[in-house]
Design a protein around this ligand. Structure first.
Ligand code: FES
Length: 130
């Protein structure tokens, strides 16, 4: 990550463990909504865009559905995503992935990486990577 500056998204303490948060970030000059999921001291992030029909997954801003099985459920048509790689395991886009975004936790801050003068699409993680 040499040469990257980082942008603060949210305090880790503002996300309950096992819960979600929604933040906006500027990616390639566009304001995008991100889903953040906290798992202990780790946070994963995806674009808040469902691969089924491109809708937001939250039923109200920052309010996400989590099933009893621990899946993120899209409020639009019920696609269900596991929270490791954002893979849709049930519903109309089964087999598709949410678009992963690189974030990291430094101290009590959740940070978005950026490169040079702006965010680079290169920082979109291929969600098939592990
Ligand atoms: S837009 Fe998410 S399930 Fe249809």
């Amino acid at each position: 990550m040499q040469g990257y500056s980082r942008h603060r998204l949210i305090a880790l303490a503002d996300i309950a463990d096992g819960d979600f948060a929604e933040v906006e970030a500027t990616l390639d000059g566009d304001a995008e909504s991100l889903i953040l999921y906290r798992d202990g001291d780790h946070v994963r992030a995806w674009l808040n865009v469902c691969p089924h029909a491109g809708r937001r997954l939250d039923w109200a801003p920052g309010k996400f559905l989590k099933s009893r099985e621990g899946l993120l459920v899209c409020a639009a048509h019920g696609a269900s995503f596991e929270l490791g790689e954002g893979l849709c395991v049930a519903g109309p886009c089964r087999g598709s992935h949410l678009r992963a975004i690189a974030v990291s936790v430094v101290g009590d801050e959740v940070l978005l990486g950026s490169c040079g003068s702006g965010f680079s699409r290169e920082l979109f993680q291929d969600s098939t990577d592990s």
